[in-house]
Design a protein around this ligand. Structure first.
Ligand SMILES: [Zn+2]
Length: 548
């Protein structure tokens, strides 16, 4: 059962008299463009050395954040400390090839990483698989709310499954199938790996296509030969496949042709309701050597204890990490990450400061969390949600931001993953008060909702919001705003040129976004308010609150 949010009239009673209202308005007005700019100028300066985990840049960043939390009167969240150690394992996999052999004796050899991108996520030095039977499992999706189970009737234990990327909605364009062209979590590669492991498969390979993945094969190819970060002991609480990876389209065609099948016709079949997967008459052998290095990084968090229900909370998240010092471009080798993610850290600090300037503590606690290793796959936030300050079932919501462009005030509030939870309704109502309108992501097929820290909370069933002005500039309109975003993505995203430019940036929009986030969190800070997931959300069944 979804728990409805409180009706507005009840909320207004809770929020109370006009002196309270003026207190709230004062707190919103206290959010200043200048203090946001100061945070960004500092966090994106060369002194922070690109804020890379495990480096001196980490030490400088996390102690700066702890100082700022102290200044805005947020106490240490973790047993007297602002820091939560996150033990990690860095694994580099070495795989030469994967062999597929038919009972008739025919063998196909795929060289890595060009013809297959295969790794082992195990914290183990040598991993070998000999003659794993192959099973084609459609999209590899088990989604009870859509009445869809590609694994139904299949025994994949100890076998290798081959699955398609994305979900049937994309390829059919049928909006009644999953969410049409908008990617659901079932379409993400991380989900495919998790589900295959839950089904007991020993290995899983995803057939790549650029439209479905949202990127070229080059991306999984490169990551398969690069060091990857994991939370140490990540296989202890979650099942893992011994091998995971991708097959580029032409390799998949070659493999399936050897089984007298074709990728296109299999995909067309797999898009039909009631499709059944089947064993392929071919076996796979692969072996891997893993180089493993252990190290520790830190999440940073401060807490403003609630006055009435301190053991319930609302969490703000904005990752602190970026890429450090690396390959130089135009003489610049420091990846300062001004937009990714200094602006969002400033947004969180500004909203937090508004809470401490209220004069009266909110009923519930407010947690400002700056996770580490977001860029490596949301590791800090995933670790936090396993080891939270306040239990996940007592966390009413997560409000996250990432990649906030300092391009001035906007007419819109763009919600990434619009339609997931009742937080959208609260955001819409409060955005309207700011004279803004709420819009969905113009590119929902890229699955951005699954690619920043709020998602770690969503996976635990905590309604999570990723919202900021993005689509329509108050002064210059939509086209101009789209140009700014395109320019950032093309010329600065994950590059040394993601720099803070003094005097050129307009933080008015980020201040307004911080005001909105504060107002949303303020409504949620009252005891008894539990926003729910929407009926069609894939996270609804995970909600720790749904049976209360
Ligand atoms: Zn980011």
């Amino acid at each position: 059962m979804t728990r409805a949010i409180l009706p507005l009239s009840v909320l207004m009673l809770l929020i109370g008299c006009s002196t309270d209202r003026s207190r709230i308005e004062r707190a919103v007005r206290s959010i200043s463009v200048r203090s946001i700019e100061r945070y960004v100028a500092e966090l994106a300066s060369d002194r922070f050395m690109g804020r890379k985990p495990f480096t001196e840049g980490e030490e400088i960043t996390i102690s700066y954040l702890a100082d700022q939390l102290r200044k805005i009167k947020f106490g240490p969240a973790f047993d007297g400390s602002y820091f939560q150690k996150v033990p990690m394992a860095e694994i580099t996999s070495h795989v030469d090839e994967i062999l597929f052999s038919k009972p008739s004796g025919t063998t196909l050899r795929f060289r890595t990483p060009d013809e297959a991108a295969v790794i082992s996520p195990l914290e183990s030095g040598h991993i070998t698989a000999v003659d794993l039977p192959l099973v084609f499992a459609g999209f590899g999706i088990n989604a009870p709310e859509y009445g869809w189970n590609d694994y139904s009737g299949l025994d994949v234990r100890g076998k290798m499954v081959i699955v398609l990327v994305n979900d049937p909605g994309l390829y059919t364009g049928d909006s009644a199938l999953f969410r049409g062209r908008e990617m659901t979590y079932y379409g993400r590669w991380t989900y495919k790996y998790e589900e295959a492991a839950r089904q007991g498969a020993a290995a899983v390979l995803i057939i790549h296509d650029t439209e479905g993945a949202g990127y070229e094969y080059n991306i999984p190819r490169k990551s398969s030969i690069s060091p990857r970060l994991y939370i140490q002991g990540h296989g202890q609480n979650n099942p893992l496949c011994d091998f995971t990876g991708w097959l580029p389209g032409d390799s998949a065609d070659r493999l399936l042709k050897a089984c007298s099948l074709s990728t296109d016709s299999l995909r067309a079949e797999a898009c039909k309701q009631g499709f059944r997967g089947f064993p392929l008459n071919i076996n796979a052998s692969v072996s891997c050597r893993n180089e493993i290095r252990y190290d520790e990084s830190s999440n940073v968090a401060g807490i403003l204890k609630g006055s009435r229900n301190p053991d319930e909370c609302i969490v703000f998240t904005a990752h602190w990490d970026h890429f450090g010092i690396g390959e130089s471009e135009n003489g610049d080798s420091i990846y300062n990450g001004a937009v990714d993610n200094a602006t969002a850290m400033a947004w969180a600090l500004a909203a937090g400061k508004a809470f401490s300037s209220l004069g009266k503590r909110p009923e519930r606690s407010i947690v400002l969390l700056f996770p580490t290793a977001e860029e490596a796959g949301l590791l800090g936030s995933l670790y936090y949600t396993e080891h939270p300050v306040i239990a996940m079932e007592n966390t009413a919501a997560c409000l996250n931001n990432d990649l906030m462009l300092p391009i001035g005030r906007m007419k819109d509030v763009m919600i990434t993953g619009y339609g997931q939870s009742e937080l959208d309704d609260i955001a819409s109502r409060l955005a309207e008060k700011q004279g803004r309108y709420v819009a969905g992501d113009p590119n929902p097929h890229t699955g951005m909702y699954f690619r920043s820290d709020h998602f770690a909370f969503a996976k635990k069933g905590v309604p999570s919001l990723y919202a900021r002005g993005s689509i329509e500039s108050l002064k210059y309109g939509k086209e101009w705003a789209a140009e700014q975003e395109e320019d950032y993505i093309r010329n600065r995203y994950h590059r040394p040129s993601d720099n803070y430019e003094a005097g050129k940036w307009d933080f008015g929009g980020i201040a307004e976004d911080a005001g909105l986030a504060f107002s949303i969190a303020f409504e949620l800070s009252f005891a008894g308010v539990w926003p729910g997931w929407k009926e069609s959300s894939e996270f609804r069944n995970l909600s720790p609150r749904r049976n209360r």
